[in-house]
Every structure is written in C-alpha cells, then in structure tokens.
Design a protein around this ligand. Structure first.
Ligand SMILES: *[C@@H]1O[C@H](CO)[C@@H](O)[C@H](O)[C@H]1NC(C)=O
Ligand SMILES: *[C@@H]1O[C@H](CO)[C@@H](O)[C@H](O)[C@H]1NC(C)=O
Ligand SMILES: *[C@@H]1O[C@H](CO)[C@@H](O)[C@H](O)[C@H]1NC(C)=O
Length: 889
C-alpha cells in the first residue's frame, strides 16, 4: 500500500455550537442536459442521506452522497460539506466503483509530509476552505470515469449544547441539484425523557411543512425529511432545487431532578441543569470601545444593542458603562442600581455615545475591574449576586499599555478569577487570539461579532445568554481516588437555559456506582445535594435503546476532554503548552477525531492509477496527475485576522472575510513608477506608492523584483501629507513640517491624525474618520548584494472609506465574492490551478501563499490565497497600467 490519495481535513478549534452540511456538485456553468434534469454537467447525484443519531446529547452524524457520471468522458465530482465548528470529523471514505478508500487519522505534521510526498510524485492537491459564522466547510473532489459511481461518506460527532432551554442541532442543506433519493433522518434517545421536539428549515415552504415527519414519545424522538423530486423543485417545471438553507432540530429533556448521572463501561457523564431557581441579581459592567474606528455603523449598532439590553435589565441588577477611546470615561463612578430613573438616565447616556481617538483598551478594562472590585469591597452590591464584565472592541490596544501579554497579566491579577470576563470582538480588525486568551484566563469566553446588518442582534443575543445567572461557584465533587480524567468540574456561573456537563473515567473500570456532591450559591441560599447512581440504573434507562452506539459516554468524555484541553492550550505557553499538545494529540489519534492537531488522510492502493488509465484514456497531462484531487483547508491553526494589504515584491492580498479566504496578485512595473493604491474622493484620502528595484543598475522590470520604497498618504481636505520611506517619516500639515526616523518611538496625536511609530518595526496611522493603515518596515542585511529596505502597507478599518474608493487596493474595500470551480493540476505540482468566477468572469487562478509581515516582519506568516496571474488581469478594474500616476501626491 502506498499513499497516493490524500485528504487533509484540518478544522479549527471549535468555537460555537451548531451544525451544518452541504453536499454539492460542481456548479452548472455548462449547458444542462435538457433530457434529464437530474443530470447536471454530466453528474447525477442519485442519493444523499444525512443520518443522525443522538444519545444523551452526543450526536453521531453520517453524511452519504452517491453520484454517477452519466457523461461519456471522465468528470470531477465535488463533495462539499459544511460542519459546525464544534464538531469533529471522525471518518471519511470514498468508494469508487465498489472499491473503498478509507480515511486514516494522522498527526498533522505526519499527514502533511505524506501529502507532500504524494504531491512531489505528481499527485495534485488543492486547498479549498470557506467558513460561515458557525460552520466550516471543506471540499473533496474526485475525477471519475464515464459511467462510474462514487460514494462519499463522512462521519462527524459533536456534543449538543443547551442554550435558552433547548439542545439545538443544525444541518446545512444545499445539494445544488435535484436528488432522486434525499433524506434527513434523525433519531434521538434521551434516557431522561423528551419534553419537546421541533424541526424546521429555513427553506421549508408551506407545501413542504408536512414533509417533515416528527414523532416523540418518552425517551425516543424521530425526525424524517424525505422530499420527493417534485417537492424539491423551486416550481412545478423547474429543475432547480429549493433545498438550500439550514435544517434545525431542537429538543429538551425532562428534569425531575436538577441533575442526571449516567454510567456505562467504566465511564460516567453528569448533566446538571436545575430549573425553577430564583435568579441572582447581576452586577454588570459594560466596557465599550469608542475609538475612532467604531464610528459610523458600528457605534450605531452598539447604541442600538445597549438600548435593547437596558430594556432587559432587571430592577435588582446593578450596572455601569465604561467607554474607552484615547481616554477612559465612566458613566458613573460606582455601580448603579437599575431603577427606572437610572435606566432612563442610562438611555440618554447611551444615545449620546460618540467615537473619539484611539484604543485605550487597557485603561477601559482596568477601570471596569476597579469599579467592580470596589463595589464588592464596600459591600455595595448584594452578597448573593453575579458579577460580569462584558467588553466590546473592534480594534487593537494602542494607547496606555498596548502589549497584549502585559494587559493579560494585569487583568488576570486584578480580577483574581472573581468574575467572568466576556470579550466581544467586533469585525476582523481585532486581535481575536488576544481577546480569547484574556477571556479564558478570566473564566469567560470570547465571541466574534460579525459586521453585518444584524450586528446589534448578535450583541443582544450574547447578553441574553448571560443575563440570567441562577448560581455562582458551582462545584461538582467526585471521589478523587475513584476518578481519573475528570473534565472541568467547577463553574463560576450557571445561567438559566444552559447545562453543565462533566465526564470522567473510573480508576477501576469495574466500578459501577458513583456518589457526587454538588454545591452552588443561589439567590437566597446555598444549593447542596448528593447524587448517587449505579450502572444498572443507567442500563435500565437504556433498555429500549436499539441503536445506541455503545461507547457513546467514552466518546463524549474524549470529545469534552479534547475541547477543554484545546481551550486551555490557547492561553498556555512553554512546557505546559507542549504537554497539552501531546495530550490532545494522543486522545485525537486514539478516538479518531480530526482536531487542529490531526488530519485525515485517505490512501489508495498502488495499482489504482493503472486501473483508471485503462478504464478511461487520459491525456498525458491528466495521466500524470492523480485521478483524485484532494482538497483541504489551509494549514494554519489560528485563523489570521483579515486585512487587505500590499507588501513584498509588490504582492497584493485581498481578503474575503466571508469566505475566510484571500485573492492575491502581483504588479510588475519599473522602479520609479508610482502606483495609485487607494483613492477616496469623498474623504479625500489617497495612498500612492513608489517602486524601487534592487541594487542592480539594470531597471528592466522583467529581470528584477520591485518593492515599495516610498509611500505617500494624504488627506486633501485636511491638507495633510505623510511621506514614509525606509529611512524616515515626514508629515506636512499645511505649512508645518515634522519628521521622524524609524529609530524614533512616537505617539503623535493631532487634528485628524494619529501616528504611532514602533521603532524599526511599523507605524500605525489613522486619518480623519478612522481609516487606518499599518506600514511595515522591512530591513534587509545592509551588505546584501541585491536587496534594499522596503515597505509594506496594510489597511485596517477600510470600511471607514467611502464606497467610491478606488485604486489598486481601494477597489477591493467593497465586498467581493468569488466561486472556485474545477480544481485541477497546474504546472507546479504543489500549486493546483482552478477556475475562479469573479465579477462575472472566469479566470484561471493558482493556489499559493503570500506573506503577511505584520506579526513577524522577518519571516512573515503564510496566507493561503488564490493567485490571479498577469498583473491581476480580469480581477482589477481596467488594466494595471491605468494605476500609474505621475507623482506621490
Ligand atoms: C470509516 O468508514 C468506512 C466506510 O463506511 C468503514 O469501513 C470504516 O470501518 C470506518 N472506520 C471507522 C474507524 O469507523
Ligand atoms: C409545465 O409543463 C407542462 C408541459 O410542458 C405545461 O403544460 C405547463 O403549462 C407547464 N407549467 C408551468 C407552470 O410552466
Ligand atoms: C509536562 O509533562 C512532564 C512529563 O509528564 C512533567 O514532568 C512536567 O511537570 C509537565 N510540565 C508542566 C508544566 O505541566
């Protein structure tokens, strides 16, 4: 056996619960076969089944898609799946003409090597990944011979989380063509008994409503959705499928006791969700970023959300607002009780919130903690109450302490774990890694708020999740000497509608009973009780269970352990991180979970090439390449922040945040030429860049690389010009001239301009309404025979520029979308080509990487992107020479 065919499935660290799937075939860009509307571009998907079994909240889902090539030449068949970010893939296989190629789980590094080995042997590999808010998508495609059949089977597992009183499972459905045999089948078994069961789909019309079959009785629930061909059509004679959207299943279980303990085969799981407890009063501090970058839409949506939140604050709650721009402002010096008068005053305050200056995140958060600490020390708030800090920011700290590690250290010391810190990161300009680490270090969590029309609702929704604390300091105690591998068992807060889940393993696998002490602090008194359970009782509760996948508690335990270790790992460093990595890797391999540390590799027998070669005559080029093109998400663990930038020899990176992907292109012009990068007639901001070559005398663009040696940033309305070279930074403000060198460390704030020079590294510049740029200095070895120092430009807050913004970079500040089709081998075996549909054009693009040097100016960070050839031809408006201007200003 030799690995030729590889699939690396690399999912990010789970963040949010939900579920989603889409199985598709290459988009129909060619003429449809009129005779049969089941066949699109030669391919018929004759069956698609989503089979889901849920046992005690643990979901095991299998997606099976079967297709046949009805054409008379070989064709590429795509299998596209969107899965919840919280799910782990556990198996994947392909069956081509009866031969199954199973997936094997491997350590990511080993998988990558195997993959590269295959690639170097002339096999091709494509990388495709896109991501929605809650889901991650990956694509696999396979080239199959005429009349051949292929079956894709993917399995994933996840623990359904309870939110707002319900467990929710969501499956994205998007077959993109009519499927003869389409079915979603969900079986739920809950030993506590099911109290309600709902199923809905965003695409379900009135006609389809009764196609969803739903039944439940006592412990079992069943949902089936099996639309006929005609029911799938968007209209009576249409061949388009209306199956396109989210299919959601929600349920809850009976709660006669506050908790439920299950023991099977040496493992236990403990669910804790008391109901009917009085709510605790809250002490809540909102720490809100009002820096210039929040201006416009973001601050409006923040005001809107805060006003709605004020309507929900209960009269025994205490609250306060801290605003931070360059300075820190507090609404009140102390926490204030939510009396009707105070709420009215708060509304006035919120309506008056406006943006100003830079981002003194450190000052804001520390002020919040100080006020909360003082309230507790002075016994100013009720002893039985739950304190919470919610921070919202859209930027990165740049005033006060801006080193994120220092901020984390100070914050951790100041809160002493007394209250959870919830960090909401607005948009893509935030350092999400920092927000996440800081939240996790302070018993909270981080969330991204997606910039969209519903941003206010996202903010409000988050508040609702934490607005009903019922208990603080919940501790679940298990006899220490009997248990190993215990998951997290102490929780700062318990919120109404949620559920605490703890799992563990018995030291003696034959042990079959367990006693647990549960404690928590409620609104009126302490909660304390003891639960006892034995394996026989669990077995009895499972008696009628026919389809139980036997080791579900063990897998649930492994899932929860991996999830929590990964979370711990985000904030860990050094040896602790190494140990956590080893532990996660070990468990991922043992239980076959595709986590951020593992990949799934599909191998096929050696003689496969021959089989295909005989069955389907291919051209020389095709025969060289593998018959199967595997596609996998890019190989990075933490997703980079999304910027549009130009750097290096000028390479442009255009991020497409909604796809979590990027497009890139190069411009090859002569040294001395000045390119228009950004030009906004409305705000008056322009950015131009002058090219330099290397040290060779020859200035032929064909033989040498060019770089930006000089950047000119101007705001004509403010009569402001900033010129940056690799040596100095000069500012002309009307008649006033100031100059700095890269050896200076400077924070300069004046009318309409904020400039921070980070000595010999980069400078951050904000102008007017909040548009900001980072210019990175690249210093090369002074005696380098060829290279010279040069500059890179990264835009933050590009949405602060008007819709009329143009220029080589500026034109991409408007939302842009693309579709990738037909990934195929390119001239470089490591870099597949594909067809990109963009701006209604078809371009041939190549998968590659470009460097983002913001974090690491020496080596840069690889950003995977689709490369558009020939100076961005077809992607940029006009031709690249249109962007050559006569001078820097
Ligand atoms: C993965 O799926 C294939 C195909 O259904 C099956 O043969 C194999 O046993 C599965 N592997 C595991 C570990 O479940
Ligand atoms: C559907 O097709 C049939 C037969 O071709 C035709 O009679 C009917 O009018 C069509 N219906 C619609 C809604 O177009
Ligand atoms: C890491 O693991 C080693 C070996 O088990 C152990 O000796 C060491 O104390 C651990 N270090 C940390 C920081 O947990």
């Amino acid at each position: 056996m030799e690995s030729h065919l590889l699939l690396c499935i690399l999912l990010s660290i789970p963040a949010i619960a939900s579920s989603d799937l889409l199985v598709t075939h290459v988009r129909n860009i060619k003429k449809r076969n009129a005779e049969n509307d089941l066949v699109v571009n030669g391919i018929e998907i004759y069956s698609m089944k989503i089979d889901s079994k849920v046992t005690s909240r643990f979901a095991h889902n299998v997606i099976t898609s079967r297709a046949v090539n009805r054409g008379n030449v070989h064709k590429e068949v795509f299998f596209d799946v969107e899965l919840p970010k919280t799910a782990f893939i556990t198996n994947f296989s392909m069956t081509i003409d009866g031969v199954t190629y199973p997936g094997n789980i491997k350590e990511k590094e080993a998988a990558k090597q195997e993959y590269e080995k295959a690639v170097s042997k002339g096999q091709t590999a494509g990388l495709v990944k896109a991501s929605g808010r809650k889901t991650e998508k990956f694509t696999v495609s396979v080239n199959i011979a005429a009349a051949s059949k292929v079956t894709f089977e993917l399995t994933y597992e996840e623990l359904l989380k309870r939110q707002f009183g319900k467990y929710e499972m969501f499956i994205k459905v998007k077959p993109k063509q009519l499927v003869k045999d389409f079915e979603i089948d969900v079986n739920i078994f809950e030993p506590q008994g099911i109290t309600e069961l709902e199923a809905e789909g965003t695409f379900i019309t009135n006609d389809l409503q009764n196609v969803i079959k739903k039944t439940f009785s006592d412990k079992k629930g069943h949902i089936s959705f099996k639309p006929t061909l005609d029911q799938q059509r968007t209209c009576a004679n249409c061949s388009q499928s209306l199956l396109d959207g989210d299919f959601t299943v929600k349920y809850d279980v009976k709660r006669t006791t506050p908790d439920n303990l299950q023991i099977v085969n040496g493992y236990f799981v403990h669910f804790f969700a008391p109901t009917n407890l009085p709510q605790l009063p809250k002490n809540i501090i909102f720490v809100i970023d009002i820096s210039g970058s929040m201006s416009g839409r973001e601050i409006e949506q923040t005001r809107e959300a805060l006003l709605k939140i004020l309507d929900d604050i209960r009269d025994d709650d205490f609250f306060n607002f801290i605003l931070f721009g360059s300075d820190v402002r507090t609404w009140k010096e102390k926490l204030i009780k939510a009396t009707p008068e105070n709420l009215d005053e708060a509304r006035k305050f919120v309506r008056g919130i406006n943006t100003e200056g830079m981002t003194n995140l450190y000052g804001g958060i520390m002020k919040g903690i100080e006020i909360l600490n003082a309230a507790h020390e002075e016994n100013f708030v009720p002893k039985r109450s739950a304190s919470i800090i919610i921070m919202l920011t859209d930027g990165q700290p740049n005033v006060g302490i801006s080193n994120t590690q220092d901020i984390r250290a100070h914050v951790k010391k100041a809160t002493e774990g007394k209250y959870p810190l919830y960090n909401l990161g607005f948009g893509y300009g935030v350092d999400y890694g920092f927000l996440e680490k800081m939240a996790l270090e302070n018993k909270g969590l981080a969330r991204r708020i997606y910039p969209d029309s519903d941003s206010a609702l996202q903010l409000q929704g988050f508040y609702e999740e934490v607005s009903n604390p019922m208990l603080t300091d919940v501790e679940l105690h298990y006899p220490e000497n009997e248990i190993s591998g215990l998951t997290k068992n102490s929780f700062k807060h318990f919120y109404d509608g949620s559920e605490i889940v703890v799992a563990g393993r018995f030291v003696d696998i034959n042990q079959n009973s367990l006693t647990v002490d549960v404690k928590g602090e409620g609104a009126n008194d302490a909660l304390s009780f003891t639960t006892q359970q034995d394996a026989e009782q669990t077995a009895k509760a499972f008696q009628e269970q026919e389809y139980i996948f036997g080791d579900y508690i063990e897998r649930l335990w492994a899932y929860l352990t991996i999830e929590q270790l990964l979370e711990k790992r985000t904030a860990a460093t050094g040896e602790e991180k190494e140990n956590l990595t080893a532990e996660v890797l070990d468990l991922s391999l043992k239980y076959k979970f595709v986590t951020p540390l593992t990949s799934m590799v599909v191998t096929k027998p050696e003689d496969y090439d021959n089989q295909v070669g005989i069955a389907d005559k291919m051209t020389e080029a095709e025969a060289q390449a593998a018959p199967v093109v595997m596609q996998a998400p890019p190989l990075y663990l933490s997703r980079p922040a999304w910027y549009t930038s130009v750097d290096g020899d000028p390479h442009f990176i255009i991020s497409v945040p909604q796809k979590e992907d990027a497009i890139c292109f190069n411009i090859n012009e002569k040294p001395g030429d000045v390119l228009s990068l950004i030009n906004d007639p409305v705000t008056g901001i322009t950015v131009n860049g002058e090219l330099i070559g290397d040290k060779r005398a020859n200035s032929d663009a064909k033989t040498q690389n060019t770089y930006f040696g000089k950047l000119g940033i101007a705001n004509k309305y403010l009569n402001l010009k900033v010129t940056v070279t690799s040596e100095k930074i000069s500012i002309e403000n009307g008649n006033e001239k100031t100059a700095f060198t890269w050896l200076d460390s400077v924070t300069l704030q004046q009318e309409g301009l904020t400039l921070i020079i980070n000595r010999e590294k980069n400078l951050v510049l904000s102008m007017g309404g909040g548009a900001s740029f980072v210019i990175v200095l690249h210093q090369v070895w002074k005696k380098h025979p060829l290279q010279q120092d040069f500059l890179g430009l990264y835009t933050l807050k590009s949405h602060k520029l008007s819709e009329q913004t143009h220029g080589l970079l500026g034109q991409f500040f408007h939302p842009i979308d693309f579709t990738i089709l037909e990934i195929h081998p390119g001239s470089d075996p490591k870099k597949p080509d594909a067809t990109m549909i963009i701006k209604n054009k078809e371009l041939t693009v190549t998968r590659g990487w470009q460097k983002d040097y913001r974090k690491d100016p020496k080596h840069g960070v690889d950003i995977p992107c689709w490369f558009v050839h020939n100076n961005g031809a077809g992607l940029i408006d006009g031709v690249h020479t249109d962007y050559i201007v006569s001078s820097l200003f």
